[in-house]
Design a protein around this ligand. Structure first.
Ligand code: FAD
Ligand code: A2P
Length: 369
C-alpha cells in the first residue's frame, strides 16, 4: 500500500516536469515558425523592392558632393519624337531619280520639309525615320510604317537644318507572272512636291559616327545602303556642311559601293568631287556586279573588293580609331563575313574572334534589310 502511494506520488510529481518539457518543445517550434515566416516576409519584398531601394541613390546624385553618374552612351541622340499614333505630316520638297540612262529599276532621292514640326523633328547622321504610306492594307487597316535610312546630314541638303532626305528603291518583284510593287517604296517614289507624308522617328543608334575627327571610317554599301554613307561623306567633305558642323574630319574614309550597273551608281558626281578635293582622306572602291567579274568569273560584289584590299583594310582595322559600317542588302552579310574571314587569315588573324571584339568596342556597325 505504502509503495503504491509512493509510486503514485512519484508519478504525479513528474507531471510538472513533463508539462515543462512539452512547453519548452512548443516554445522552441513556435520561435522557429515565427522566424521562418519573418524570414520569408523579409525576403520577398527585398527582391521586389530592390530597384525602389536603389532610387534614393539616384536622387542623392543630384547632390553636388555625390559622384556624377557616367553619361549614358548617346543619351543626347534624339529618338521617337514622333510615334505612329501621332506622326508628323511633312511636306515633300523634291523627289527625283538618282539613276542614269540604262539603269535597272527605280531609285529616288526624296526630301521632306520639317520646319513646321513642333516638337522639332531633329536627327543625327546614321539614324532612320519611319514612313506611313497612305491607304489601307488588305484587312482595311492603315498600312504599317516602313523604316528608311536618312541620307542627309542634320543640316539637311539645303544646310538650313529643317529638312530630311531619303534614298528609296522601289521594290518590284514577279509573282505568278504578275509584277508586284512594294507598298511604301512605290508610294514614296510616286509622291510629288507639296504632298503631305506621315513621318515617325527618328530612330536608331547603331550607325552613328564617332565624335573623333581623326577616326577612320570604312563603309560597305550595296544599293540604297549608301543612304547613311552619303550623310557621313557630306559631313566630312561637303564645303558648306563643314562650315556648319565644325567637324574637321582628319581621318581616312573608304567607301566600298556595290551597284548592278554604272548607271545605278548613286550620288556618283558628289563622290568624284570629294575624291578630287580630298585625295588623302577619301578612297572609293566600286563593285559593279553586272559589268565586272570577280576572279571566279562571277558577279563582282563588294566582298570581292574587300578581299582584294585585305592587307590595307586590316592595317586600318588594327587601328582602334577605325570604325566599319555595313548597310544595304541583308544578303551581303554572309559574303562580307566570308571575305573578312579570308582576309583576316592572310594576316594570321581570326575573324570570328575579332568581329565580336570590334562589335563590343562599338566599331562594327551593321544595318541591313
Ligand atoms: P512591301 O509592300 O512591304 O513588300 C515587302 C514584302 O514583299 C516582303 O516582306 C516580302 O514578303 C515580299 N517580297 C519582297 N521581295 C520579294 C520577292 N522577290 N519575291 C516574293 N516576295 C517578295 N529601303 C530603301 O529603299 N532605302 C533605305 O534607305 C532603307 N532603309 C532601311 C532602313 C532600315 C533600318 C530598314 C529596316 C529598312 C530599310 N529599307 C530601306 C527597306 C524599307 O523599310 C522597306 O522594307 C522597303 O522599301 C520595302 O517596303 P515596301 O512597303 O515597298 O514593300
Ligand atoms: P546583283 O543584283 O547584280 O546580283 P541595287 O539595290 O541597286 O540592286 O544594288 C544592290 C547591289 O548589291 C547589286 O549590285 C547586287 O548585285 C549586289 N548584291 C546582290 N546580292 C548580293 C550579296 N549577297 N552580296 C553582296 N552584294 C550583293
Amino acid at each position: 500500500m505504502y509503495s503504491q502511494v509512493k509510486v503514485l506520488a512519484g508519478g504525479l510529481a513528474h507531471i510538472p516536469v513533463i508539462i515543462g518539457f512539452f512547453y519548452l518543445i512548443l516554445t522552441f517550434f513556435n520561435k522557429r515558425a515565427l522566424k521562418f515566416s519573418q524570414d520569408n516576409k523579409g525576403n520577398k519584398p527585398e527582391v521586389k523592392v530592390a530597384p525602389i531601394k536603389a532610387e534614393p541613390k539616384k536622387v542623392s546624385l543630384s547632390n553636388s558632393a555625390a559622384p556624377k553618374p557616367a553619361k549614358k552612351k548617346h543619351a543626347d541622340v534624339p529618338v521617337n519624337i514622333y510615334r505612329p499614333k501621332t506622326p508628323y505630316e511633312g511636306t515633300v520638297i523634291e523627289n527625283y531619280s538618282l539613276l542614269k540612262e540604262g539603269a535597272i529599276g527605280r531609285v529616288n532621292h526624296i526630301t521632306f520639309d520639317l520646319k513646321d514640326s513642333d516638337p522639332f523633328l531633329n536627327y543625327v547622321e546614321g539614324q532612320s525615320i519611319g514612313i506611313m504610306p497612305a491607304g489601307e492594307d488588305s484587312n482595311g487597316k492603315p498600312h504599317k510604317l516602313r523604316l528608311y535610312s536618312i541620307a542627309s546630314t542634320r543640316h539637311g541638303d539645303n544646310f538650313e537644318g529643317n529638312t530630311v532626305s531619303l534614298c528609296v528603291r522601289q521594290l518590284q518583284y514577279e509573282k505568278d507572272g504578275e509584277t508586284i510593287n512594294g507598298v511604301c517604296s512605290t508610294y514614296l517614289c510616286d509622291i510629288k512636291p507639296g504632298d503631305k507624308v506621315k513621318i515617325t522617328g527618328p530612330v536608331g543608334k547603331e550607325m552613328l559616327l564617332p565624335d573623333e575627327e581623326d577616326s577612320n571610317i570604312v563603309m560597305l554599301a550595296t544599293g540604297t545602303g549608301i543612304a547613311p554613307m552619303r550623310a557621313y561623306l557630306r559631313r566630312m567633305f561637303e564645303a558648306t556642311e563643314k562650315e556648319k558642323n565644325k567637324w574637321n574630319f582628319k581621318g581616312k574614309a573608304w567607301l566600298f559601293m556595290g551597284a548592278p550597273k554604272s548607271a545605278n551608281l548613286l550620288y556618283e558626281e558628289d563622290f568624284q568631287r570629294y575624291l578630287a578635293d580630298y585625295p588623302d582622306n577619301f578612297k572609293y572602291t566600286k563593285a559593279i556586279s553586272r559589268e565586272e567579274q570577280n576572279i571566279k568569273g562571277g558577279r563582282m560584289y563588294i566582298q570581292d573588293r574587300v578581299l582584294e584590299s585585305a592587307n590595307e583594310l586590316f592595317k586600318m582595322i588594327e587601328n582602334e580609331k577605325t570604325h566599319i559600317y555595313l548597310c544595304g542588302l541583308k544578303g551581303m552579310e554572309p559574303g562580307i563575313d566570308e571575305a573578312m574571314t579570308k582576309a583576316a587569315e592572310e594576316k594570321g588573324l581570326n575573324w570570328s574572334e575579332l568581329r565580336p571584339q570590334l562589335k563590343k568596342a562599338g566599331r562594327w556597325h551593321v544595318e541591313t534589310y
